[in-house]
Ligand binder design. Structure first.
Ligand code: GEM
Ligand code: ZN
Length: 383
């Protein structure tokens, strides 16, 4: 008996939505394309809703332009994420033929969302900032504005005591790397604990400065890499401007005002299926003191969680060859401090894989809590 299926309704006109419909007439081969970032050739982030599904019937989806995306080799061994309620997300077996990314689903419900990674919405961001201010004892010490005028809150836990170490954590310079704000949620969640000895010992000697989302415009528009002016914020730390990269311009102003003793820039990596860090070995001002701090931090974090490792990661920069337009290198050099780029995978952390979810929001949040433990263990060594 043939089942007549209603025409699929595919949409992405919502927060962090990104898809273009090529041809949705064949339910077994729904042909789609990812839209590039505004004023940029970058693309890889996708997030869309499919309605009018017939539960129990098989459907096939194809991202036809996956082979032209920014990090197209990263589609190998990648599985898309899906959700029936936008709360619980699961992996959908996917396959990449060098041109298109394909995934099939026999849905349990009439509608489903698909995405590159578990999205962190603007609504949840607003809730997180409220949690920070009303539950986690944080203060709103400054508010920046994105290119399109969205607020960029700078939150601090601590009273700005000059004797305190200044620990900075920023996230989602690259808007498609949604795991970064999940990471921030874990930090803010842990700051709500009052009986946390390790945390209280840290807060007795250090203030935490958090920017939970550096790129609200790009996140809202479903970008992978750039802000609303087509700029990669993590290439703007030598020449930021109020006009083209106000997000970085704001963060740098605040860092100059308050100082920095430890800097962590949370990102996601499309290709490498591990959690790892990159640091400042290529900086002109690199010293054995900083090298020792990097090694100690990595050792301490590795002892803290199985969701971190130091074997896999980016190729080390040769001495003096660092790209100083990156946040990590620029801040590390400017403040002569421990500075790290923290990378979480779009795929899974293959040392401790989870077949159902891969890497996800909850694991990113837990990593945020574990990173606070690592910071607590090295804080006395920072200067
Ligand atoms: C990366 S950081 C790149 C660091 N590279 C080396 N070799 N240290 C970027 O901005 O490209 C961060 C990211 O996008 O995840
Ligand atoms: Zn990034």
């Amino acid at each position: 008996m043939t089942v007549t299926r209603p025409m699929l309704a595919i949409s992405a006109d919502f927060d962090s939505g990104n898809i273009q419909v090529i041809d949705a007439s064949d339910p077994r081969l729904v042909r789609l394309a990812i839209r590039p970032d505004t004023y940029s050739d970058h693309f890889q982030w996708f997030h869309f809703k499919v309605a009018n599904l017939v539960p129990g019937e098989p459907y096939g989806f194809s991202l036809d332009n996956a082979g032209q995306s920014s990090y197209h080799e990263a589609w190998h061994n990648y599985d898309a994420v899906a959700s029936y309620d936008q709360k619980s997300w699961f992996r959908v077996p996917s396959r990449y033929d060098g041109s298109a990314l394909r995934f099939d689903l026999t849905p349990r419900h009439e509608q489903v969302w698909f995405a590159y990674f578990e999205p962190y919405s603007r609504e949840r961001h607003d809730w997180l900032v409220d949690q920070a201010l009303n539950q986690a004892g944080m203060q709103l010490i400054a508010v920046g504005k994105s290119a399109e005028g969205r607020e960029i809150p700078l939150l601090r836990r601590g009273n700005g005591d000059p004797a305190h170490r200044k620990i900075w954590l920023i996230a989602q310079q690259h808007p498609g790397e949604h795991m970064a704000e999940w990471f921030m949620e874990g930090i803010i969640e842990r700051l709500q604990r009052s009986d946390d000895k390790e945390l209280n010992a840290l807060l007795a000697v250090a203030d935490l400065y958090l920017i939970p989302n550096m790129n609200p415009d790009g996140a809202f528009h479903g970008h992978l890499r750039t802000n609303a002016r087509g700029k990669d914020l993590n290439r703007a730390w030598q020449d930021s401007s109020a006009e083209y990269t106000p997000e970085v311009f704001f963060a740098q102003q605040q860092m100059d005002k308050h100082g920095v003793d430890l800097f962590i820039d949370a990102h996601g990596d499309e290709a490498i299926p591990y959690v790892f860090t990159a640091a400042c070995e290529g900086n002109p001002g690199y010293t054995t003191r900083i090298a020792d701090l990097e090694l100690t931090f990595r050792q301490v974090l590795q002892a803290q969680t199985a969701d971190f490792q130091t074997v896999h990661g980016y190729t080390l920069d040769e001495p003096g060859t660092a790209n100083m337009t990156l946040a990590c290198n620029s801040v590390g050099q400017r403040f002569d401090c421990l500075a790290l780029t923290l990378e979480m995978p779009f795929k899974d952390h293959d040392d401790a894989p989870n077949a159902e979810t891969g890497w996800n929001g909850q694991r990113s949040a837990q990593l945020g809590k574990d990173v606070l433990s690592a910071v607590a263990k090295v804080v006395q060594l920072l200067r």
